[in-house]
Ligand binder design. Structure first.
Ligand SMILES: [Zn+2]
Length: 442
């Protein structure tokens, strides 16, 4: 255990609030399965010492899972499993749009148009990129509308009517046009100067671009969609800030965000990089969760901060990107050799080949889904481990895992978890909490 968690241990044990919240009244484990009498969630309740021996983490985990009504479980399973298919539909739609732009030679005509507008190379690329991005957005809009508006309403997650939703879509599209055009212009400058080694320079550009995006997001992008303010409720604030101070996290970086503007989901996040890093709890979490649950979530988010997950994920992403670009280069050259004449695509430096690049990249991304999810899920599990040791709230953690189960399948099979889960499943998280509890009972 890290030394700075010691203060928290003392805080939790000494604090009457925590023991109240963590008392048996919150426990579905006990309510749902009276046959497991020693499944008391509170490790400082007045059970006898003999209980320690009887606490069975597997049975306790099952009892938590069984506390979810079956109709609720069916609904959240359907929601999450529908997401598996959406990965496929999005992949197929993107592929179809790319093939359409190439086969119809719309992409080549757009390139010809941009070359007619100006002689400046970078401007030509920009003149190609803006209509390309707009066309892509328009053609994928029906699926976007279903996935992010109708489906979210159907499952009771969305809180926005169409007008504000669409306004945010347009805002997002504007940002995509600015950032996307800039990125495409820079990448094609690399393609022109380094037609053989662009995979290396392209990777460096992508890493710098991603890092910059992460760095400026909390300052310039997130405030466009939501309001961030320092935590206001002193009861919660003081407990969270104590945990932050104990983990060397600058207190001014713990925020509350009005996510209820868009969704009913309970969540929290860490965003930013270096000086802009901040931890934000959403207001749904603050409204729906007890203090031990909030502490469990915040300790997890602090884990991301303390364990430097932003920089680590960027590093992993960079390695995967380099492999992806190397494969893309081989596939791109092969495709141009074979179909270049038909599509009027000359070489890598020709913007008419952008849909081909996008097609190859989306194929690689599609097949890399389990790898990408696993990379993220492993860091999430690290944050969970940090979180449970820091918060010492096994029941809070289990309870929150059930609340997240509204939009994430609670009990998947191992293969399903490996392929589709970018966070540990509810079952995995509850089991971690119960294992921790079994070893830490008084
Ligand atoms: Zn996380």
């Amino acid at each position: 255990m890290m030394p700075h968690t010691l203060a928290l241990v003392l805080l939790v044990i000494a604090s009457p609030t925590t023991s109240t919240f963590a008392s048996t009244q919150d426990s579905p484990a006990q309510a749902a399965s009276p046959t497991i009498p020693d499944n008391r969630p509170s490790y400082n309740s007045n059970t006898t010492a003999g209980d320690t021996k009887h606490f069975d983490p597997a049975a306790a985990t099952q009892a938590w899972l069984d506390s979810v009504p079956s109709n609720q479980r069916e609904k959240s399973d359907a929601y999450f499993e529908g997401g598996y298919w959406l990965i496929l539909w999005n992949f197929l739609l993107t592929g179809a749009i790319c093939v359409f732009l190439l086969e119809s030679r719309l992409s080549a005509r757009l390139r010809d148009f941009s070359e007619g507008v100006t002689n400046i190379r970078n401007l030509q690329i920009a003149c190609y990129a803006v209509p390309y991005l707009l066309l892509f957005y328009a053609l994928s809009f029906p699926l976007n509308l279903y996935e992010n508006f109708f489906r979210e309403h159907q499952y009771g997650m969305a809180t926005q009517s169409f007008a504000p939703w669409f306004r945010e879509q347009l805002l997002g599209l504007s940002l995509t046009l600015i950032g996307g055009t800039f990125l495409v212009v820079v990448l094609y400058a690399v393609f022109r100067r380094a037609p053989r080694t662009w995979r290396i320079w392209g990777t460096i550009v992508m890493i710098i671009f991603s890092a910059t995006l992460v760095l400026i997001a909390p300052v310039y992008i997130e405030p466009l969609f939501n309001t961030y303010k320092p935590l206001s409720d002193p009861k919660i604030r003081d407990r969270i800030l104590a945990m932050a101070r104990a983990n060397e996290i600058p207190v001014k970086q713990v925020f509350e965000v009005d996510a209820s503007r868009q969704t009913t989901r309970v969540s929290a996040n860490v965003s930013g990089l270096l000086g802009t890093t901040r931890v934000a709890l959403n207001d749904n979490l603050l409204k729906q969760c007890t203090v031990p649950e909030i502490r469990a979530v915040m300790a997890h988010e602090m884990g991301h901060y303390v364990l430097d997950h932003g920089a680590k994920l960027l590093t992993y992403l960079g390695i995967l990107m380099l492999i992806g670009f190397a494969l893309t280069r081989i596939l791109f050259n092969a495709a141009v050799k074979r179909w270049g004449k038909r599509w009027h695509v000359r070489d890598i430096a020709d913007p008419a080949g952008l849909p081909l690049l996008a097609l190859i990249f989306s194929i690689l991304l599609f097949f890399a889904t389990p790898i990408l999810n696993t990379v993220v899920r492993v860091t999430e599990r690290e944050a969970d481990a940090f979180g449970i040791n820091t918060s010492r709230e096994p029941d809070g953690m289990a309870q929150v895992a059930l609340k997240l189960g509204v939009y994430r399948k609670l009990n998947p099979n191992p293969l399903e978890e490996f392929i589709f889960f970018d966070h540990p499943s509810g079952r995995g998280r509850i089991r971690m909490a119960m294992d921790w509890k079994a070893e830490n009972l008084p």
